[in-house]
Design a protein around this ligand. Sequence first.
Ligand code: NAD
Length: 513
Amino acid sequence: MTSKLAYTPLEDIPRIYDAARKGFKTGRARPIAYRKEQLLQLGYMFQENTERFTEALASDLGRPIQETFLLELDPIAGFIKKGYQSVEKWAKPEGIPFDFNFFLAKPKIVKEPKGTVLIIGPFNFPILCTIRPLIGAIAAGCAAVIKPSELIPATSSLFAELIPQYLDSELYKVVNGGVEESTSLLELQWDHILYTGNGNVAKIVAAAAAKHLTPTTLELGGKSPVIIDPKMDLALAARRILWGKVTNAGQICVSPDYVLCPPSAQEELIAGFKAAYKEFYPTPDDMRTSMSRIVAPHHFDRLKKLLDSTSGNIVVGGKSDKADLWIEPTVVKNVKADDVLMQSEIFGPILPIVPMEDLDSAINFINSRDHPLALYVFTNDSQFKSKVVNNTLSGGVVINDVLLQGATADFPIAGVGPSGNGGYGGKAGFDTFTHRRPYMDVPGWLDMLLKPRYAPYTPKKIRALRALGQTNMPRPRPGTNRASFGWKKWLSVAIFVAMIAKSFKYLTARVEE
Ligand code: NAD
């Protein structure tokens, strides 16, 4: 919180952009060996500077070292290694399903780097949300400019210092700054923009990208609900939910935002929260040393205002300390649907419980709002699970736990609707920055078959063309919704053989002449 961030001079931004574009155009990033070497370098950057990253995150977010290892440094090492081991496989051309008409042209999808891409990151997970997308960009063979958050000066300064030391400085660049610098970056024409942050800024990013028809990936947030089945072990549910709410002081895109619980189970759930609270923080000192701080005074003020103006009843926590940007883990019961706590994403350690008569009401409540980034369900009842899953839509869904979807190497944390679109976990990161380019190599002799496409059009040519291209809809067999295309396959083979025979006859006639 004491570090100062050196902003990139605005007049340097077009020069940085041009240099990254020029670097990409050298074609240096095409060989897989180069991409693997850059990924290893990225891994070494974290491995050789572990202490500096834990110190930077402690300075920026008051983050306990254990959380930095658990949430960022250990996962990023695994994600980089996975990219390093998988890039060859990801980059291999893909065949397409057998197509009788075109298989002789050897059709396939080749994987091309999109070009020079922009990655704009948030404050809450600078490594996972700014550097993890970079893994995808490097694996895909792109050049990238990253713009970390200005709210975490120590970590963003460290990126600016280390990235040019470890990575190819012509292709991978850091721009530091705030709104002005982001705006200046967004005026330029990128080949892809990946933005992680809040939905209001996402609209600005999407509008800027639209001016150049640049594709975007938007990793956003929103209010992620938890549905409670009263028959569940509520002590276990409370412990896991509270852990999800206090980790990084609730500043996680997939933090459980609020709980929907039948009124009859509310008190037992609260007893569970109280027990878990005592278990996590036996003394006030444990509380101070085991919790991250709120990132900035304006976010602290926003959260304090929510606590001061809620009409619900605070049943756990409620204290705060502005000098230390600390807010005690707080549970608020009997929160109404129109309460201040239910207006927007909380992004802090405050957990409202909204009493909900039954599961149908809970599902209707969720469906009347934006599709959330995460949906959590605590139940051991398989019918309860499938009812929730089959009647809602969310970025992801986790049964009986929280946050774990973010730790899995191959899961994209992908939103839907206002919680975002696209993702960058595992292969999804490679795919995001890759253009899937259809490729065919058509031999000249294939005109023996394809000649009827040329004018002058005659009924005979039309018949020949239609024999190759016509598709009739299947008729489902009675009593089933499956239909057979078998006859089409055999008809195609017969036509093919007939055409080969005809071409053969034609050629032998020419030879005899
Ligand atoms: P933010 O939108 O305030 O900032 C993110 C980035 O946008 C920063 O680099 C910032 O400099 C830039 N920015 C801010 N205002 C801008 C403007 N007017 N024009 C251009 N750029 C601008 O987000 P934040 O507060 O840092 O992050 C919190 C939000 O991010 C939460 O909503 C959270 O849910 C979401 N989030 C989502 C994911 C995910 O994977 N889906 C991950 C982390 C955070």
